[in-house]
Ligand binder design. Structure first.
Ligand code: GLN
Length: 578
């Protein structure tokens, strides 16, 4: 019924403009596909957990016996996330096939516990790029390429490709941005067309927010009502509403929203803040969300199996021991805010491994400029140091000082990508006594370029061919027997995801090994160094790749496990001494 209620808005706003019937070649029959799609949009404000909601829905549907995958559509004109500043947009996540994408793809992989690929991510930039390339190749055969007609079709093509590639019964499709802004209208239009074609093929879940203003002290539902209505004015009636707030939404507010937007109160799902994000799907499931969605999609579910997930969540919640970890880096502050999002996967990986070892991690953000001004005293009292990935020269000397401190004071150290490269620079300067040692990213004329750029990368840099051209995606490595890395993987073979331009300079391999820094892993052809470690240290490991991109709550990453286990060992020894 509510479809009818909302039809007038659709007709006036879109159908007239689109004139679907006028263009016989572009009838919506072209859009037919077998996969069902659950669209997820957000309203009122950004940052209320649309990615976690999308991941949770995907997990719940998977737990009912379906092949599920998740897609993200970002409204930016950037072709991928590789060119976006992590302070503004959060971490750049990398998939096995090298796609640099939004951090939400990391959430999908963590919740679904499966690898995704470039078909799972799109941006408006990609859509327009494809359309313009097709137009230049005369693929539109003389027809006018329409701004509001052709992009939604390209979006639906991509949904189909993703469905095929991932053999998905259901795709959960997150529409980036917030309803009411112009940027994501093309994605909403793709949603509307799919739903028009067959209402039981597409369901729309809208995530909205109910504030509790301190001056009123009461939860207010008006902004939520308005965001649902705003969505409806794009021709899409919400099927379900996830009502985010700091506390659970009560029956009275559910009813208010339901009446205002033409839904049943049971279709309004309460989504309060939780201690651990992995509780979110369990909370949704307690309100029967997967059955409700599957009913609408006319799919027959199997019994839900979330047993392993529940054990994992419980382990994380009951963990008692604390591990104090210093994350030393430079992308942490913007104005008054600390942007831990820039390192989301690293934090999650630490949490996964910590929970599996009975720890609650206490992660502190140490801006390396602070070490430059105040010295290593800011590192006192930590159980371990992590230096995550990074770019450029600002605040790097502070990071190098922190690494020296970890190496000399036997503090567990884990360097990720830049963290490995800078550990090599520190070792060259302070152990090999090559005072000018550096990465050519910082000092291109260093006499000792310990970390240097490969020849093919030099051409890319000078030709300004900078988008999607780093060493990206999964690369196989082989490890030396008896090293931390081989013991952690229980194998000399492994494969990890990369995102960098610079590499360890092979001219220094021998010198490093002579002084006790082991080349623990290389690419299969032995050409590139993948990992460095110090044997005579409780845990000093640098890796050229990003293991955090493959850690999952149900499968914590072996190297993060090894790091947490080393911390536990050092802490135990300390206790015994006392
Ligand atoms: N800036 C370094 C490089 O490009 C490291 C990159 C990273 O840490 N992801 O090689």
């Amino acid at each position: 019924m509510k479809e009818d209620f909302f039809r007038p808005a659709v007709l006036s706003l879109f159908e007239e403009k689109l004139c679907l019937s006028k263009d016989e070649d572009r009838k919506i029959e072209n859009l037919i596909m077998n996969t069902k799609v659950v669209f997820v949009s957000g309203g009122v404000i950004s940052g209320i957990g649309k990615g976690i909601a999308t991941s949770s829905i995907a997990l719940l549907l998977k737990s009912r016996g379906f092949n599920v995958t998740a897609m993200k559509a970002d409204p930016y004109l950037n072709v991928d996330a590789g060119t976006l500043n992590p302070i503004e947009h959060g971490e750049v996540f990398v998939l096995d096939d090298g796609m640099e994408c939004d951090q939400d793809l990391g959430n999908y992989e963590r919740f679904l516990n499966q690898n995704l690929n470039s078909s799972n991510y799109m941006t408006t930039g990609q859509i327009f790029k494809t359309i313009i390339e097709k137009e230049r190749a005369l693929e539109y055969e003389g027809k006018t390429v329409e701004f509001f007609q052709d992009p939604p079709r390209e979006i639906i093509d991509r949904v189909e490709r993703c469905a095929k590639k991932n053999k998905a019964d259901i795709i959960v499709f997150e529409i980036g941005g917030t309803v009411g802004e112009y940027q994501n209208l093309l994605f909403l239009e793709a949603n509307r067309l799919l739903k028009l074609q067959n209402p039981s093929d597409a369901v729309h879940v809208h995530l909205t927010y109910l504030p509790i203003p301190s001056s009123i002290g009461e939860m207010k539902s008006k902004p939520a009502q308005m965001s649902i209505q705003q969505l409806a004015s794009s021709g899409i009636p919400a099927d379900f509403v996830l009502a985010r707030s700091t506390v659970a939404v009560d029956a009275k507010r559910k009813e208010k929203i339901a009446i205002a937007v033409g839904l049943h109160p049971e279709d309004i799902i309460s989504a309060p803040d939780v201690e651990n994000v992995y509780q979110v799907p369990l909370n949704f499931e307690n309100q029967g969300l997967s059955s409700k969605i599957l009913d609408k999609l006319e799919l027959k579910p199997k019994a839900s199996d979330l047993s392993k997930w529940k054990v994992m969540v419980n382990d994380a919640l009951i963990a008692k021991k604390t591990a104090k970890i210093a994350m030393v880096g430079k992308y942490f502050t913007t104005g008054d805010f600390t942007l831990s999002d820039a390192y989301l996967s690293v934090i999650e990986s630490i949490k996964h491994a910590a929970a599996a070892n009975g720890f609650k991690p206490k992660i502190s953000w140490i801006d390396s400029t602070q070490i430059e001004t105040e010295g290593v005293k800011v590192l006192a009292g930590f159980d371990g140091i992590v230096v995550p990935g990074g770019f450029g020269s600002r605040a790097v000397e502070g990071i190098i000082t922190a690494i020296k401190f970890a190496r000399e004071s036997n503090l567990p150290y884990f360097g990720l990508c830049y963290g490995m490269q800078l550990a090599a620079v520190e070792f060259a300067r302070n152990v090999l006594r090559l005072t000018d040692a550096n990465t050519t990213e910082i000092n291109p004329s260093s006499k000792h370029p310990i970390i240097d750029v490969m020849a093919d990368q030099k051409d890319k840099i000078s030709g300004k061919d900078l988008g999607g051209t780093m060493r990206l995606g999964s690369w196989d490595f082989k490890a030396r027997k008896g090293t931390i890395i081989e013991k952690a993987y229980k194998s000399v073979h492994g494969s990890e995801r990369h995102r960098h331009r610079y590499e360890f300079n092979n001219a220094y391999r021998e010198k490093f090994e002579k002084e006790g820094m082991i080349i623990a892993a290389t690419t299969r052809d032995n050409k590139l160094v993948e990992s460095l470690e110090i044997g005579d240290h409780p845990f000093f490991l640098g890796v050229q790749f990003h293991p955090e991109l493959k850690s999952r709550p149900l499968n914590p990453h072996p190297l993060y496990m090894a790091f947490l286990q080393a911390i536990a060992k050092v802490k135990n020894k300390g206790k015994k001494k006392k």
